[in-house]
Design a protein around this ligand. Structure first.
Ligand code: 1GP
Length: 252
């Protein structure tokens, strides 16, 4: 069926889906395996793997090959650089940091990666992603020379998101940055969803089920959490449930 279609179908079925981001740089191979299996059991809909700093292809291969046969949910790479590709994943978010001030992060890394995808990683399904950095921005905002959109400038975020849709991206990601003090605000999500029909993914700084539910209710098609599973793993089950319940209430 393909991973993009799986995500789109799952969103149609549930209203909002949950994706778990695991950063191999922050956990051991054993922890990675345990956390991946735990979120699968709790109903997370996909595993995203990546980070802004410090991941090599060798480490990705080691971590992913160990879980490949154990996971039924798809593994989608979320690369911080062209070195973050692995044949053991199912798909890759082929992302462009739309509000970077440096063309390398908009199209430079992508032309390097496109050659690798053809020559070396033909099994990876590319899903094009407009990556828009908001508020805190975190490490990814710093590393990719982004000019983060202020949390309250829904108008600017909307302009970027609609431009991304017109440019033909498969999906749009509003990112407050991993570990951000504040997540993207629900009002920004609902404003974008009034105009933009492409799947909207929201992540960064989501630390509790309440905020996860608010974002799903506001229209987030996918809610991503990463840091919380390392800091408070006991919350993840409720966060996943909150996203699914928020998505289903929005549709009813
Ligand atoms: C980062 O949006 C993701 O790319 C997840 O952020 O680590 O803050 O959950 P957190």
């Amino acid at each position: 069926m393909g991973i993009k279609n799986y995500l789109v179908n799952r969103i149609a079925e549930l209203g909002s889906i949950h994706m778990t981001l695991l950063d191999p740089d922050k956990v051991s191979a054993n922890e990675f395996r345990e956390l991946a299996l735990m979120v699968q059991e709790y109903g997370s809909d996909a595993l995203m793997v990546g980070g802004s700093l410090g991941i090599s292809e060798g480490q990705l291969d080691e971590y992913l090959s160990a879980v490949k046969d154990l996971l039924k949910i798809p593994v989608i790479l979320f690369p911080g650089s062209v070195a973050n590709l692995s044949k053991y994943a199912d798909a890759v978010f082929f992302l462009s940091v739309l509000n970077s001030a440096d063309p390398y992060f908009i199209v430079g890394a992508q032309i390097q990666a496109s050659v690798l995808l053809v020559k070396k990683f033909r099994n990876l399904e590319p899903i094009s992603l407009a990556y828009i950095i908001v508020g805190d921005g975190g490490a990814v905002g710093y590393v990719s020379h982004a000019r983060p959109i202020p949390y309250d400038r829904d108008d600017i975020a909307l302009a970027y998101a609609y431009a991304a849709q017109l440019m033909g991206f498969d999906m749009i990601y509003l990112e407050a940055g991993s570990g951000a003090r504040e997540s993207v605000r629900p009002r920004m999500v609902s404003r974008i969803k009034q105009l933009v029909s492409k799947p909207l993914i929201v992540g960064g700084g989501i630390k509790d089920p309440e905020r996860a539910a608010e974002l799903a209710l506001a229209g987030a098609d996918a809610v991503v959490t990463g840091t919380i599973i390392e800091e408070k793993p006991e919350l993840i089950k409720d966060i996943i449930r909150a996203v699914h319940e928020g998505g289903s209430s929005r549709r009813s």
